[in-house]
Design a protein around this ligand. Sequence first.
Ligand code: IMP
Ligand code: MG
Length: 302
Amino acid sequence: MTEKLSRAQPVEVSKNDGEPRFAHPSEKEFAQILDFYGLRWDYEPRSFPLRWDDDDKVLEMLTPDFYLPDLELYLELTTMKQSLVTHKNRKIRLMHELYPEISVRLLYRKDFHRLLAKFGFGPLIESGVEGIDRVLLTERQINQKVEELGKRISRDYAGKQPVLVGVQRGMVCFMADLMRKLPLPLMMDFMSISDYGGDEHTGVRITKDLDIDLTGQDVLLIEDIVDTGMTLNYLLGHLRAKGAASVEVCALLDKRARRIVDVPIKYVGFEVPDEFLVGYGLDHMEKYRNLPFVAVLRAEGG
Ligand code: IMP
Ligand code: MG
């Protein structure tokens, strides 16, 4: 046994630069999911010899598909083919015996969201909130992003005194968190606009205008989400007419796929898919704003 263990040494797999040659499309998809959630990965970095003949020649090896350095975890993805699963399970068992200090997991497709969730990443399948389909951005991901945006904005506005303008009510969480990351002598103000839809008016109307005079000011408009871009387009026109020295936009979420009016957004937190989102200020019929994460609302009847 001791002799056997001494032979049990991982072997580095030599690599070319550039995009790895994934053996299967699902591996590439998995890599993209890891990228999306900011988890670093290596594709097939090492092989683990599992069986030798009497001359120490390696007869069988396992080369796990991924290594996640942040989690110190090897992952072997598997398809649903039962014959392969049994075979791989045997190899994983051998690897646990021969390399007890190394974490390796066999991952079924349905498992990986759950695994990501456990480490605080990815779509938590059960958010525990009624009406929510899945969590799109966790509290931790949002915090990280707000911190990053705060650094960029602080750098860009160094020596200035920007006026943060929030459009009620969706930006409430984002603006409150972001402004505390800006060590600048800033001011803030709010405005309200009418919702679109409804039959008594046709366009956007200002229902509460700003109190601060924007003449000569550096204005940073804080938005929760930009969808068609129509709201933002209207607001930019309104703000520019007030004689500000500069007007820029910071939006936490960008639903770019639905853009109709091409508005310039200088600071974007996340690009999000075309789904109805709630939480962290975003509402559905005024509810869900207080969720600390951004989630996808379950489709009606779903
Ligand atoms: P736009 O004029 O189409 O860009 O609309 C932007 C506004 O629509 C945002 O400020 C939100 O108030 C609202 N909105 C757009 N998408 C969503 C969503 O997925 N959930 C909640 N509100 C949304
Ligand atoms: Mg809004």
